[in-house]
Design a protein around this ligand. Structure first.
Ligand SMILES: Cc1ncc(C[n+]2csc(CCOP(=O)(O)OP(=O)(O)O)c2C)c(N)n1
Ligand SMILES: [Mg+2]
Length: 370
């Protein structure tokens, strides 16, 4: 049985599933109309990118896609709450967060085509906000101690920067979770831990990950605060992250649990035959975009015609980005995956490169594309 924000007295919310909202809380957010519309644009763009990505995967162009629909508010609000100089280490399916920070769509898609990433900037100082992140995280949980380490380094260098790092309900069962949070608490590091509780880790439900009612409660064990938020309310995720970022900047880390639900499959390779449709339906009624549209309309910020044109433009941008990502990927060879890992590769990595080149020789490059 899925969990729902309404079941928790202390779960923060501004926008209810039916689009009604706390007007005082909205006023206190101090967001401009442009910023409010911007978060909508990021959520719509994420969904359009997802549709394109899944279609291309079904057509055999993409090897793999991680699904995100219904999760948009859980990561767009937090990304919007960061300053340009802050760091954001998100996981695989948080496309909206990347989009909110200005990452080009091609760049997001290219990861799924070739399996590695490149940075345009030569130094941290030259990085765009969307580049202030670690490489895409694949090994579940490792990002937690790594982000703590990164922010320790930045703190020692006297930088006024906060690091936001996300982890799933499944990732929170790893030892890395304890290492990362303990490290941040003990060293008073400027880190916000964003726990994206989407209630599934592939086929393992949240009740098999923890006997506790919330993840937010764990913060006490590390000597800092935790907050539980309705993850489908983009205004609430924004507000809670903003507060957490301010605290982190002052040396108090924070654990923010955003309660949401993964409506899509884990990935394009997942048969998704292990759960009840009733939960998916119940969470579809709590869709983050639907409720935000009702809010935007009520405030006179956007109307049905705008929704349609924004959606169409997002679909068009996703189509164009996919075309150019596919073109770029064509110009790259599989062994480039080795290029950005070591300045001086150890012998065993050189051996692996040789082995790959030999396989490419025998089977052709196409066999090694993602
Ligand atoms: C160390 C490690 N073990 C297993 C995997 C395979 N794997 C990828 S995602 C995933 C589930 C993660 O669940 P959760 O942390 O809840 O994040 P979600 O996928 O729901 O966003 C697993 C087991 C992996 N990538 N890394
Ligand atoms: Mg999960």
């Amino acid at each position: 049985m899925a969990r729902f924000p309404e079941e928790y007295d202390d779960c923060e919310r501004i926008l209810a599933p039916d689009g009604s909202y706390d007007a005082e809380a909205v006023a206190a957010l101090d967001l401009t109309d442009e910023e409010l519309r911007g978060m909508y644009g990021s959520m719509i763009q994420a969904r359009a990118l997802e549709e394109r990505g899944l279609t291309l995967q079904r057509q055999g162009e993409f090897h793999f896609w991680m699904e995100c629909r219904g999760l948009e508010a859980s990561h767009v609000g937090p990304a919007a709450a960061l300053s340009d100089r802050d760091w954001m280490n998100t996981e695989w399916r948080q496309y909206g967060a990347q989009i909110q920070r200005g990452r080009p769509l091609e760049d997001i898609l290219l990861f799924w085509l070739r399996g590695y990433e490149e940075w345009a900037a030569d130094s941290i100082a030259e990085m765009e906000p969307y580049e202030r992140r670690m490489p895409h995280i694949v090994a579940v949980g490792t990002q937690l101690p790594q982000t703590a380490g990164l922010m320790w380094g930045r703190k020692l260098q006297g930088k006024d920067e906060v690091g936001l790092v996300s982890v799933g309900d499944g990732g929170a069962s790893k030892g890395d979770f304890h290492a990362g949070l303990n490290f941040a608490g003990a060293l008073e590091l400027p880190v916000v831990f964003l726990l994206l509780n989407n209630q599934w880790a592939i086929s393992t439900p949240v009740e098999r990950q923890t006997a506790a009612d919330t993840y937010a409660d764990r913060a006490a064990g590390y000597g800092f605060e935790g907050t539980l938020v309705d993850g489908n309310d983009v205004l609430a995720t924004y507000r809670a992250t903003k507060r957490a970022v301010e605290a982190a900047r002052a040396g108090e880390p924070h654990l923010l649990e955003v309660l949401t639900y993964r409506r899509g499959a884990h990935s394009s390779s997942d048969a998704d035959d292990y759960r009840e449709n009733v939960d998916i339906e119940a969470w579809r009624e709590r869709d983050p975009i639907d409720r935000y549209e009702t809010f935007l309309e009520d405030r006179g910020l956007l109307g049905p015609d705008d929704f349609e044109s924004i959606r169409e433009a997002a679909e068009e941008r996703a189509r164009e980005a996919a075309e150019s990502a596919l073109e770029i990927a064509e110009t790259q060879s599989p062994e480039e995956v080795f290029d950005e890992v070591f300045a001086n590769p150890p012998d065993y990595v050189d051996d692996q490169r040789e082995e790959l080149l030999d396989l490419v020789d025998r089977h052709g490059e196409a066999a090694f594309r993602w």
